[in-house]
Design a protein around this ligand. Structure first.
Ligand code: FES
Length: 62
């Protein structure tokens, strides 16, 4: 599903950026231009990052 229409960035691409090591939307933006145009996707993109971080955290690491 597309999260960022302006740059045609999907939820999967954002999740993959987190899996590669990004730990915030700002860090995701270093490899993807998500939320870099109109900004309407920022809240949704941040939500994808946060959910992926929660799911990707090793037990006891938080
Ligand atoms: S929809 Fe993502 S910057 Fe516009």
């Amino acid at each position: 599903m597309y999260v960022c229409i302006c740059h045609a960035i999907t939820e999967s691409e954002i999740r993959e950026a987190v899996e590669r090591g990004a730990r915030s939307l700002c860090e995701v933006q270093s490899s993807l231009p998500v939320a870099g145009c109109c900004g309407r996707c920022e809240a949704a993109a941040r939500d994808v990052v946060d959910r992926q971080l929660l799911g990707a955290s090793p037990r006891g690491a938080a």
